[in-house]
Design a binder for this molecule. Structure first.
Ligand code: FES
Length: 110
Protein backbone atom coordinates (compact mmCIF):
# COMPACT_ATOMS: atom_id res chain seq x y z
CA UNK A 1 0.00 0.00 0.00
CA UNK A 2 1.17 3.50 -0.84
CA UNK A 3 -0.92 5.97 1.04
CA UNK A 4 -0.67 9.71 0.41
CA UNK A 5 -2.50 12.59 2.04
CA UNK A 6 -5.71 13.69 0.32
CA UNK A 7 -7.01 16.30 2.76
CA UNK A 8 -7.66 17.04 6.43
CA UNK A 9 -10.36 14.93 8.08
CA UNK A 10 -11.68 18.10 9.70
CA UNK A 11 -12.43 19.49 6.23
CA UNK A 12 -14.78 16.61 5.39
CA UNK A 13 -18.47 17.07 6.26
CA UNK A 14 -20.44 13.85 6.74
CA UNK A 15 -22.30 12.77 3.58
CA UNK A 16 -20.84 15.63 1.55
CA UNK A 17 -18.35 14.95 -1.25
CA UNK A 18 -14.91 16.46 -0.67
CA UNK A 19 -12.89 16.75 -3.88
CA UNK A 20 -9.14 16.23 -3.59
CA UNK A 21 -6.16 15.39 -5.76
CA UNK A 22 -3.70 12.65 -4.88
CA UNK A 23 -0.65 12.20 -7.09
CA UNK A 24 -2.41 14.11 -9.84
CA UNK A 25 -5.48 11.84 -9.65
CA UNK A 26 -8.85 13.46 -8.86
CA UNK A 27 -10.68 11.68 -6.05
CA UNK A 28 -13.70 12.21 -3.83
CA UNK A 29 -13.42 11.65 -0.08
CA UNK A 30 -16.68 10.88 1.70
CA UNK A 31 -17.46 10.26 5.36
CA UNK A 32 -20.67 8.31 6.06
CA UNK A 33 -22.34 6.49 8.94
CA UNK A 34 -20.81 3.34 7.45
CA UNK A 35 -17.27 4.69 7.37
CA UNK A 36 -14.94 6.58 5.07
CA UNK A 37 -14.79 6.01 1.32
CA UNK A 38 -12.73 7.27 -1.60
CA UNK A 39 -13.98 7.10 -5.19
CA UNK A 40 -12.44 8.34 -8.41
CA UNK A 41 -13.81 11.78 -9.25
CA UNK A 42 -15.13 11.00 -12.71
CA UNK A 43 -18.38 9.37 -13.75
CA UNK A 44 -17.96 6.23 -15.88
CA UNK A 45 -20.66 7.45 -18.27
CA UNK A 46 -19.06 10.76 -19.29
CA UNK A 47 -16.34 13.14 -18.13
CA UNK A 48 -18.30 14.61 -15.24
CA UNK A 49 -17.03 15.14 -11.69
CA UNK A 50 -18.84 12.96 -9.17
CA UNK A 51 -17.85 15.40 -6.42
CA UNK A 52 -20.59 17.71 -7.72
CA UNK A 53 -23.21 15.07 -6.90
CA UNK A 54 -25.17 14.19 -3.78
CA UNK A 55 -24.41 11.43 -1.26
CA UNK A 56 -27.16 9.26 0.22
CA UNK A 57 -27.35 5.70 1.56
CA UNK A 58 -23.67 5.02 0.85
CA UNK A 59 -24.06 6.03 -2.82
CA UNK A 60 -22.98 9.09 -4.78
CA UNK A 61 -25.28 10.32 -7.52
CA UNK A 62 -23.95 11.81 -10.73
CA UNK A 63 -25.63 15.18 -11.18
CA UNK A 64 -25.64 14.91 -14.98
CA UNK A 65 -27.86 11.88 -15.66
CA UNK A 66 -28.53 10.46 -12.21
CA UNK A 67 -26.53 7.22 -12.08
CA UNK A 68 -25.88 6.24 -8.46
CA UNK A 69 -22.53 4.66 -7.62
CA UNK A 70 -22.12 2.37 -4.62
CA UNK A 71 -19.32 3.79 -2.44
CA UNK A 72 -18.39 0.27 -1.29
CA UNK A 73 -17.91 -1.20 -4.77
CA UNK A 74 -17.90 1.63 -7.31
CA UNK A 75 -20.65 -0.04 -9.38
CA UNK A 76 -23.65 1.95 -10.57
CA UNK A 77 -27.10 0.70 -9.58
CA UNK A 78 -28.89 2.93 -12.03
CA UNK A 79 -28.53 3.64 -15.77
CA UNK A 80 -27.20 5.21 -17.91
CA UNK A 81 -23.79 4.32 -16.42
CA UNK A 82 -23.00 0.62 -16.74
CA UNK A 83 -19.35 0.45 -15.65
CA UNK A 84 -17.83 0.94 -12.19
CA UNK A 85 -15.73 3.85 -10.97
CA UNK A 86 -12.49 2.98 -9.13
CA UNK A 87 -12.68 2.81 -5.34
CA UNK A 88 -9.45 3.44 -3.45
CA UNK A 89 -8.23 2.25 -0.04
CA UNK A 90 -8.58 5.02 2.55
CA UNK A 91 -7.11 5.45 6.01
CA UNK A 92 -7.54 8.13 8.67
CA UNK A 93 -4.42 8.93 10.68
CA UNK A 94 -4.86 11.73 13.16
CA UNK A 95 -6.39 14.54 11.11
CA UNK A 96 -4.99 13.27 7.83
CA UNK A 97 -7.09 11.46 5.24
CA UNK A 98 -4.78 9.11 3.38
CA UNK A 99 -5.61 7.43 0.06
CA UNK A 100 -3.83 4.73 -1.93
CA UNK A 101 -4.44 5.51 -5.60
CA UNK A 102 -1.94 2.86 -6.74
CA UNK A 103 -4.09 -0.05 -5.50
CA UNK A 104 -7.76 0.49 -6.39
CA UNK A 105 -10.15 -2.25 -5.30
CA UNK A 106 -11.68 -4.51 -7.93
CA UNK A 107 -15.14 -5.71 -7.10
CA UNK A 108 -17.36 -8.01 -9.08
CA UNK A 109 -20.60 -6.48 -10.26
CA UNK A 110 -23.14 -5.62 -7.50
S1 FES B 1 -22.41 11.65 -16.94
FE1 FES B 1 -22.76 10.59 -15.09
S2 FES B 1 -24.56 9.45 -15.47
FE2 FES B 1 -24.17 10.46 -17.35
Amino acid sequence: MTFARACAAADVVMNRPRAATVGGVPVVVISTDEGWFCIHDECSHAEVMLSDGDVEDCHIECYMHGSRFNLRTGWPDQLPATMPVPIYPISIEGDDVLVDIAHPYHFEEN
